[in-house]
Design a protein around this ligand. Structure first.
Ligand code: ZN
Ligand code: ZN
Length: 642
């Protein structure tokens, strides 16, 4: 066969025979040492593995250990390895489905009559170790659809057969590692010896193709790394995350509850959680009023016609709940607050002089989520958006975006989030609005980000159909990212609702509308706060700031006095006056993550003081009750900002 030229990006090139593999090319182009670091290559923007054949001259960019792409190839390859081990151990009792790489790991779905147990995990891991040591190559073959179908039919693999049928391609690719052949597009590692560290994590139920009417499969989750130390670090972080799980802490700290009798995805806030939420809401409202916003309240339902005009019935219906008839007119629960704010706008004739109009609302919305997707406070069916809409003139857009960014970051910082990932999403293929408007809006967003000196990434084509947007993800203490703020310019709703204002030229114009949520939703944000702080909230929004603990019944009356004095001074205080050992009561207060314990014995009673104990275990010298109240007030001001 004729020779082709394969060159390395920015480096050497070599002549190899057409039909040779990427692996052959890499072996002739890279030194041994570099090759050991290379797991795949980038060719024409696509990741290809060593098993890929080359028919024409091309350029390759090695993908090396240390990159996110290499990690993804590793994890997907580990999924194959795990499926191999599972097949070896459980034979025909197991049918294999799919096994992709996911964030932080991979999974593989199996159909098996018996559940996988922790003992099974050990056996699977041991078998995987053996396969790793054998340094088995991932070998690719290309088969016609008919050949592939008969192969998997003969092998008794119904899921693979269905996948091939759905693909409807003339040819499909198969990968063999050791004794296990899988239908797969790749890419994979050169061989299994690259898998240096792995761990099976858990098993969960999953429907075949996510369809609740299809087979229930067992999904085994695992993770893998190129380095044992990295795996250990990751497992430690997982253990820490488990301890901080907001569902577990929510129960232990009595913040919220979700019950079947109420309905899945619907939150009941318990008194402490409600207090926490009130403190966050009060701060949010105060900050907005200080930054030129006005507060709105709007209803939970509206006539169906409103949702027709807004376009929600056309574009968002699958997320909305069924209509209800009131006096023979159809109404629907709101999935968003926007049309209501437009209703307030339309209640009066607007002039350019009023702009910018900044309206905010803690607006509770209802959206359908699949039962399987619901997750504690993070994914729910009814939630309160910390919503705002800004109406302005085109010449005010950039300044308004800057103003929003400024307020958002200020509030996020006050809550203790100082690291962000910022994304600018530009025009998608399907969109409304003129080129000119899109360009103006996108450049206004860019200018505001630059002026705010924020590093950002561009997500090309990921804007909403009605306008470009900025998304801000916050990083928590475990380094995990959470989507929070979103700022979206909208050309669509002002058009649909024929919004207008009188301009300086006395003619009618269409305002620009900006949608903005800062926390996203209170539910989700509180979920993130619980995990970020592991339940030990900063004093300014801790639902309980102090707990009074008496030593004996002789101090009961004095404890009541202290409690009411502190409550009057605005301290969120509670008491534990049970006839229990002091140490026991201290441990319980610590367990409830209460920042201050006020210990009261005879001496405190006689001197009109309290002994302050921190949750860390440190004791402060006894202080007068009003002195303690002042200390709390000062700390609140320090944390909250005023
Ligand atoms: Zn694969
Ligand atoms: Zn909106």
């Amino acid at each position: 066969m004729a020779d082709i030229t394969v060159s390395l990006k920015g480096g050497e090139s070599a002549q190899i025979a057409a039909g040779a593999t990427v692996g052959d090319a890499i072996r002739s182009l890279l030194s041994n040492r570099q090759r050991k670091q290379t797991v795949a290559a980038l060719m024409n923007g696509e990741i290809v593995d060593f098993a890929t054949t080359l028919d024409t001259s091309t350029e390759l960019e090695p993908i090396q250990i240390g990159s996110a792409q290499a990690l993804e190839v590793l994890r997907h390859s580990t999924a194959h390895l795990m499926a191999h081990a599972v097949r070896d151990l459980f034979g025909d009792d197991v049918k294999v489905a799919i096994g992709p790489a996911i964030d932080n790991g991979y999974y593989y779905d199996f159909k098996r009559s018996e559940p996988f147990t922790p003992e099974d995990f050990e056996k699977i891991e041991a078998r995987m170790e053996e396969l790793v040591r054998a340094a088995l190559p991932f070998e690719k073959s290309v088969l016609s659809e008919t050949e592939a179908l008969s192969r998997f039919k003969a092998g008794g693999e119904p899921f693979k057969v269905e996948l091939i049928e759905d693909l409807g391609e003339e040819v499909v690719s198969l990968y063999r590692v050791g004794e296990f052949t899988d239908l797969c597009r790749g890419p994979h590692l050169p061989d299994t010896s690259f898998i240096k560290a792995f761990k099976l994590l858990r098993v969960a139920g999953a429907y075949w193709r996510g369809d609740e009417k299809r087979d229930v499969l067992q999904r085994i989750y695992g993770t893998s790394f190129f380095d044992k130390k990295e795996l250990k670090k990751h497992l430690n972080a997982l253990a820490e995350a488990k301890k901080r799980d907001h569902r577990k802490l929510g129960r232990e700290l009595q913040l919220f509850t979700i019950g079947d009798e109420i309905g899945p995805g619907l939150i009941l806030w318990q008194p402490r959680g409600a207090q926490l939420r009130r403190l966050i809401e009060d701060y949010w409202k105060d900050e907005h009023c200080r930054h030129g916003y006005e507060l709105l309240y709007t209803p939970h339902i509206a006539r169906q016609d409103l949702w027709k005009t807004s376009g929600h019935l056309d574009f968002y219906q699958e997320n909305m709940y069924s209509p209800m008839a009131i006096d023979d007119v159809e109404y629907q629960l709101k999935p968003m607050n926007c049309p209501f704010h437009i209703g307030v706008y339309a209640s009066e004739r607007r002039s350019y002089r009023e702009f910018p109009i900044r309206w905010c609302e803690l607006g509770t919305v209802y959206r359908y989520e699949r039962a399987g997707a619901l997750h504690g406070l993070m994914r729910v069916r009814g939630f309160t958006q910390d919503d705002a809409h800004i109406f302005c003139r085109p010449d005010q857009l950039e300044e308004e975006i800057f103003h929003i960014l400024d307020l958002n970051l200020h509030i996020l910082r006050t809550f203790g989030f100082t690291e962000y990932d910022v994304y600018l999403s530009t025009r998608p293929e399907k969109s409304v609005g003129t080129d000119e408007n899109w360009e103006k809006a996108t450049s206004a967003l860019t200018m505001a980000l630059t002026k705010k000196q924020l590093d950002y990434e561009i997500d090309p084509g990921e804007g909403v159909f009605y306008g470009p947007k900025i998304d801000i993800k916050i990083k928590d203490q475990l380094g995990r990212s959470w989507q929070c703020s979103t700022i979206q310019v909208d050309f669509n709703l002002p058009e649909r609702f024929q919004m207008e204002y009188v301009g300086a030229d006395n003619a009618m114009h269409q305002p620009i509308m900006i949608h903005r949520a800062l926390m996203g939703s209170l539910e989700r944000f509180i979920g993130v706060l619980i995990e970020h702080y592991a339940g030990l909230f900063p004093l300014w929004f801790a639902p309980v700031q102090a707990r009074i603990l008496n030593i004996t019944d002789a101090q009961l009356e004095y404890c009541e006095e202290v409690c009411s004095q502190l409550q009057k001074a605005g301290v969120r205080v509670e008491k534990d006056l049970r006839n229990e050992k002091l140490n026991y009561k201290i441990r319980e207060a610590q367990h409830k993550k209460i920042p201050y314990m006020l210990i009261i014995g005879d001496q405190e009673k006689e001197t009109g003081t309290v002994t302050v104990r921190l949750s860390s275990g440190e004791n402060l010298p006894p202080m007068k009750v009003d002195e303690f109240a002042r200390k709390i007030a000062a700390e609140v001001v320090e944390g909250r900002g005023y």
